[in-house]
Design a binder for this molecule. Structure first.
Ligand SMILES: Nc1ncnc2c1ncn2[C@@H]1O[C@H](COP(=O)(O)OP(=O)(O)O)[C@@H](O)[C@H]1O
Ligand SMILES: [Mg+2]
Length: 257
C-alpha cells in the first residue's frame, strides 16, 4: 500500500487521524508503520499507546551535526542530486529496532526532534525523512502513515517526494480551506495523489465545507465528526481508541485505496 503523508494546519487532527487509522488498519490485519516527522509533536506515542524507540532516525544516523556535514559537503561539491543516507532499499521487517519500535503489527518511529535552543532549522530532518521514505519498499498489506508538522513545509522539505499520496485533514475553518487549495496544487506539482478528510465537523460545517471544496474541484474522501469523547481522551493523555469512528475510518480507508 502507499506511503501517505497526513497534512493540515495546526490542531486540525493530523496526529489523531494517523492514530485512529493506524489502529483500524492493524485491526484489519495490516502491518502499519507510523512515521512521526513533526519535530515538535510529543504526544503521538501516548495516542498510539506505546513509547517510541530510544533513538530517532536522526540519532541513528549519527546526530544532526553529522547529517548537516553530509548536506554541507553536498552543497560545496555543487551536486544537484539529494544527499543519500540509505544506500540500499529496505522493507518494513528489516528496519533497525534502534529507531523503530513495534507493538504487534504496528510500528512507530520518530525522524528527529528539536532538542536545543538555537540548534537551527529542521531541514536536515526533512532530508533524512525523504531519503528514508524513498528507500522504503512496502508490500500490498503494509501501510506507512507519515504524521507531519503544521502547514506545508513538508512539501518544501521534500518529504512528500518520498511518499505516494497526501491526505489533507480539514477542520471547519476558512484557513483550512485556503491551505487545502494550496496543498492540492503542491501535491499535483509533486505528481502525487491527493485526498481530503473533514475533521471536527457537524452537519452544518460539513455542508459548508462540501460546498466550498466542490467549488475548488476538491473531493472529500472521508468525514470524522467532532467528538467530545475523543477530545477528553486526548486531554487526559490516554491511548486513543474510538470504536464509534470505525465506520467512518473504514470508508476513508476504502476511499483512498
Ligand atoms: N474529531 C475530533 N473531535 C474532537 N476533538 C478532536 C477531533 N480530532 C482531533 N481533536 C482534538 O483536537 C486537538 C488537536 O488534535 P491533533 O490530532 O493533535 O492535531 P494536529 O496533529 O493536527 O496538531 C486534540 O486535542 C484532539 O483531541
Ligand atoms: Mg500532531
Amino acid at each position: 500500500m502507499p506511503k501517505i503523508v497526513v497534512s493540515g494546519r495546526g490542531g486540525c487532527g493530523k496526529s489523531t487521524l494517523v492514530t485512529l487509522m493506524a489502529k483500524e488498519l492493524k485491526e484489519q490485519g495490516k502491518t502499519v508503520l507510523v512515521v512521526d516527522s513533526d519535530e515538535s509533536n510529543l504526544g503521538l506515542g501516548t495516542m498510539l499507546g506505546f513509547k517510541p524507540a530510544e533513538k530517532t532516525l536522526m540519532d541513528y544516523l549519527g546526530g544532526k551535526p553529522a547529517v548537516m556535514d553530509k548536506l554541507m559537503a553536498q552543497i560545496k561539491e555543487e551536486k544537484n542530486e539529494h544527499a543519500e543516507f540509505f544506500m540500499e532499499n529496505s522493507d518494513l521487517n528489516s528496519l533497525s529496532p534502534e529507531f523503530v519500535k513495534w507493538n504487534g503489527d504496528l510500528a512507530l518511529m520518530q525522524v528527529g526532534k528539536i532538542e536545543h535552543t538555537m540548534e537551527g532549522c529542521a531541514c536536515p530532518m526533512g532530508a533524512i525523512a525523504r531519503d528514508f521514505l524513498n528507500h522504503l519498499a512496502v508490500e500490498e498489506d503494509q501501510w506507512v502513515l507519515i504524521d507531519t508538522e503544521a502547514g506545508v513545509e513538508h512539501f518544501g522539505r521534500g518529504i512528500v517526494e518520498g511518499a505516494d499520496s497526501v491526505l489533507m485533514v480539514v477542520d471547519p475553518s476558512n484557513d483550512a480551506v485556503l491551505l487545502t487549495e494550496k496543498a492540492a496544487k503542491l501535491t499535483e506539482e509533486a505528481g502525487k495523489n491527493f485526498a481530503v478528510v473533514l475533521n471536527k465537523v457537524d452537519g452544518k460545517t460539513t455542508s459548508i465545507l462540501e460546498e466550498m471544496l466542490t467549488l475548488k474541484n476538491i473531493t472529500i474522501k472521508g468525514i470524522l465528526p467532532y467528538s467530545s469523547t475523543l477530545a477528553h481522551i486526548n486531554l487526559q493523555g490516554e491511548s486513543l481508541d474510538m470504536p464509534s469512528a470505525i465506520g467512518e475510518l473504514d470508508k476513508l480507508i476504502t476511499g483512498i485505496t
